[in-house]
Write a protein that binds this ligand. Sequence first.
Ligand SMILES: Cc1cc2nc3c(=O)[nH]c(=O)nc-3n(C[C@H](O)[C@H](O)[C@H](O)COP(=O)(O)OP(=O)(O)OC[C@H]3O[C@@H](n4cnc5c(N)ncnc54)[C@H](O)[C@@H]3O)c2cc1C
Length: 489
Amino acid sequence: MTANPDAIVIGTGIGGSAAAALLAGRGKTVTVLERNPFVGGRCASYKKEGFVIDVFVHMVGRCEKGPFGEILRRVARPDAVRWWHPSAESRVVLWIDDEPYPHPDPSYSSPEERESVYRAFGFSDKEIEDAFLIYDTIENMPYEKTFELDNTPYTTWLKTFTDSKLLLGLEHQQVLLCSVITPKEASAGEMIRMFANARTDANVGYPIGGCGAIPEALLSVVRDAGGVVRLRTPVSKVLVEQGRAVGVRLEDGEEIRAPLIISNAGIKETMNKYVEKEALSPDYVESVQSLTTGKLVEGTPMGMIYLKLALAAPVIDAPLVFRNVREGTIEGLAELMQGIMEDKPPKDYKGINIFIPVPSNMDPALAPAGKQLVNFYGLAPVHSKNLDAWVDFHLGYLYTLYPEVEKHLMWYDFSTLDRINKCSGRFHPDIIGITQSVGQTGTDRPSPVTPIENLYLVGADVGQDNIGTELAAESALRLEAILDERGAI
Ligand SMILES: Cc1cc2nc3c(=O)[nH]c(=O)nc-3n(C[C@H](O)[C@H](O)[C@H](O)COP(=O)(O)OP(=O)(O)OC[C@H]3O[C@@H](n4cnc5c(N)ncnc54)[C@H](O)[C@@H]3O)c2cc1C
């Protein structure tokens, strides 16, 4: 059944599943090969005792209005993924210190509400004016003009508007949350395109059925078109003959041939592990080598713990909770970093900002009736010998915000950065892949096109102008356009 498909896709991450669906939608038979026993890569979910749990923490920026909506419409399945969105009845909460406020996301808040949150945050009139000016400029900058700012750090661009520590600090957190780099590293051009897309669409959401529902929906398009999705099937080699990709070899030695090979395994991994060095020019090898996946995991001891809590009763009303502190963030982070260096959690919770999705408030079917599923993440050392102490530290912090959680906690799962490698199969436990930092965006962004004929790349590494999963999904749309232009599909 898998002999001679029209295309082979390596990996069922968002990029691979989306590319495979788009090809299937164009009438191609596609064989998708996945090394894991589950689909979705970094966007996978699993089931436990009636709960459907995302392996990591996910919210989706644009949903129907972004790349996912576009892909599903192109394959004539616009409703294959349904989305929860915040509304007046289901509002995201932002704690500022110990006071809850409606979160000022443009998806659901008015400028007046945003202004009142800025005031609660301690902004002066001038800071409020500057914050609105920054976002007006972002939303109104012509797309072509943003490319002039690709080699400017986002902080440098922000400082042309303000030198307010409070405002710059808030932007810092926003960039870190979306792109997992600091605004000093982030490319202004890419951040402007990314935030402009997110704000213009103003359509943040969460997939009904959990994050794994997205790759499942995309891969059902492949199967329905006669394609095959093989799990536990690691590819060990891309077969290249006379500079042209002709197929793949699996770890068990089986070979499958196809005229089109698309890798979702990561640009570095594909080029370093699966393609013979002789097939690539030294310049290309060097350019791939120099790409970076961000400092959160490269060369720093800073890692994360992802907690998923099964509660016997609903405790948190909001679908999603953020907390920002007005003061003490820097001191708190310094204490936390010290604790991370010593592998010993700090004594108090000074200055900690958080992000708590409550998936079962967005889709009640993700927890058994009357129960609640809560996700929570926190910083911890990458290689801790003291993980239980770090879990206790973060749980203790959650209990200070929602004391009832402790009373109703049935059990929790947690994972660390190591789990990311297991899901993605990459060298680094990276969250975003090749980061959207200066030198890696705009015309410098690695392309889905490789120097090897018929071998292409998809996934977050080669996506642009979007956040996380939508960065990966966008790469599949771009690849489809390239293949179209080349007459390859
Ligand atoms: C902790 C965390 C939180 C995140 N939060 C968000 C969020 O809130 N919102 C958001 O939009 N995004 C978020 N992201 C980012 C998002 O998950 C990723 O950007 C996106 O899922 C990456 O998709 P990808 O296409 O690059 O593929 P990947 O997820 O990297 O998948 C690659 C696939 O290829 C397979 N593969 C690799 N090598 C082989 C091989 N040799 N043979 C066969 N198969 C192979 C892997 O097993 C995997 O299934 C988060 C990520 C993490 C880790």
